[in-house]
Design a protein around this ligand. Sequence first.
Ligand code: CP3
Length: 355
Amino acid sequence: MTQLKNDVFLRALLNQTVEYTPVWMMRQAGRYLPEYRATRARAGSFMGLCTSPDYATEVTLQPLERFPLDAAILFSDILTVPDAMGLGLYFAEGEGPKFERPLRDEAAIKALVAPHVEDKLQYVFDAVSSIRKALDGRVPLIGFSGSPFTLACYMIEGGGSADFRHLKAMMYGRPELLHHILDVNARTVTEYLNAQIRAGAQAVQIFDTWGGALSGPAYREFSLSYMQQIVSGLIREHEGRRVPVILFTKGGGQWLEAMAETGADALGLDWTTDIGEARARVGDKVALQGNLDPNVLFGSPEGIEREVARILASYGTGSGHVFNLGHGISQFADPAHAGVLVDSVHRLSRTYHTQ
Ligand code: CP3
């Protein structure tokens, strides 16, 4: 295996000493980059990118060619997992992801079984191997999946939703049916992430994009407990190194203590929680990743630098912080502004890491 040339991201996730604060951006490979749009046009579709290891490798590396990012993230999507369960993922132009066969009746839910990930999702593991080869030790590669709950939102609603009406009807009316879906999802995601780790993912992130739509008790019962089950089942050491796990619940700032109890190495923060306060609450247990409002990139370079400086100061001195956006970068963001973000983090953070 090639030696990692830059392991600052992995060290920060494990609260080990670093020289500067590492940075990557959620959705760093995507439509805000003209070179991504060009490759997507050649591939014909978004799923054409995901299912081809060559295209997935090309777009994963695109943001790294532009910016000195400290990590790469596998190019794929969280919804490949329900697709592998037979729900029929498709992307309606301008409408986002949809499923042909959403889970709406008891018979369909009871028929749902965990797929054999090596059969159905081998293209993802092939992409991981191919990206690792292309990175040649430049930076670590992050693997990922959706949380069981966030996947269930799309599986039941059949696409995006403003109110999660069908899911909540099930949660409050037939909770055992939702638990069955979540159990299948948790077992599948565990296998899926472990296969990504075996293929070469050096850290993994669980995206719980919609957990914040729940009440506290419902969050624990329907989202957190299944993420806990996954964390407990993951391979934690590979190629002689610890494989850090990052949990990100958007809107989950009030539940950080409970999230830190899962055994995750790091928690992702959106921009609604102060990172200094979060550190005071859970910083002795976990590293923190975040937490710039992605819309800061719509402002001026000076405004970006100011917000970066504010977040670095709020976190304070010492390791345990991975700089990131609090959610994915917008397709309308200016790539030059993303560059300002990365450079500001590297330049302004050094003073927080001198011994
Ligand atoms: O660079 C990276 O971060 C890696 C790639 C990545 C994608 N999706 C590519 C993508 C990752 C990590 C995801 C995760 C994902 N996908 C999440 C969790 C993170 C989050 O943003 O909350 C969710 C909820 C999805 C589901 C999904 N996929 C939606 C809602 C959409 C459409 C809306 C949108 O933001 O574009 C997608 C499509 C998608 N996934 C695109 C990309 C680059 C755009 C597709 C295109 O090229 O048209």
